[in-house]
Design a protein around this ligand. Structure first.
Ligand code: HQG
Length: 178
């Protein structure tokens, strides 16, 4: 199994369905590295500690995070299971970016950006990153989010250690197709 497939399996376990790997996550989304290695073994997937460390390190989007002693692992964001991520609140820049596709636009412009099955709406500081996110689904359509103005209304923004901005939702008045 290559690293992309291992990474998808790990995303599934650490974000959406820990039970599928026989894993449990703590309140902040952490689980034991040894338990994850056991889950790969039970799933019949070759992934030893070195494979896992490489996957965490080389993952283009830095999706996963190890504890300081490398005994525990979690997904940095993107969960659908209930976890309380402890990302710091931060003041966003004037504009953040969201990449989506044409077919979602009418709904988004009518009701705003919603987290859908995740906990938060994901926004990027860089337009190029938003383009890549949108391109997962087709031709990317980019929305500018007037983030600083939204924060001034009292809406919280959080920033992950890999630079993804998270917020609960973005009302249509703060969105502009770019
Ligand atoms: C859309 C990946 C209809 C939204 C990426 C998006 C990112 C609405 C989709 C990260 C809507 C949700 C997150 C509304 C939002 N009506 N559609 N009101 N509000 N949408 O995957 O932002 O590879 O949950 O535009 O690279 O695409 O997993 O969010 O198209 O960083 O690490 O509903 O996931 O990272 O899709 O992607 P998602 P996303 P990973």
């Amino acid at each position: 199994m290559n690293d992309i497939r291992r990474s998808k399996r790990l995303s599934l376990w650490l974000r959406h369905d820990p039970g599928a790997g026989g894993l449990t996550l703590d309140g902040q989304g952490w689980t034991d590295v040894r338990a994850v290695l056991g889950a790969f073994a039970r799933a019949g997937v070759r992934c030893d500690r070195n494979d896992l460390m490489r996957l965490v390190e080389e993952c283009d989007k830095q999706r996963f995070e190890l504890s300081g002693d490398a005994a525990r692992i979690r997904a940095r964001q993107g969960h659908s299971v209930e976890v309380a991520l402890d990302w710091p609140r931060a003041d966003p820049p004037e504009l953040l970016w969201h990449g989506t596709v044409e077919r979602f636009l009418p709904m988004i412009l009518a009701e705003g950006l919603k987290p859908m099955r995740r906990h938060h709406v994901h926004l990027s500081g860089e337009r190029d990153t938003a383009t890549r996110v949108g391109q997962r689904r087709g031709t990317a359509v980019i929305l500018a989010v007037r983030a600083a103005a939204l924060a001034e209304t009292g809406r919280d923004f959080f920033v992950t250690s890999n630079g993804v901005w998270l917020t609960e939702q973005v009302p249509p008045a703060f969105l502009e197709p770019w």
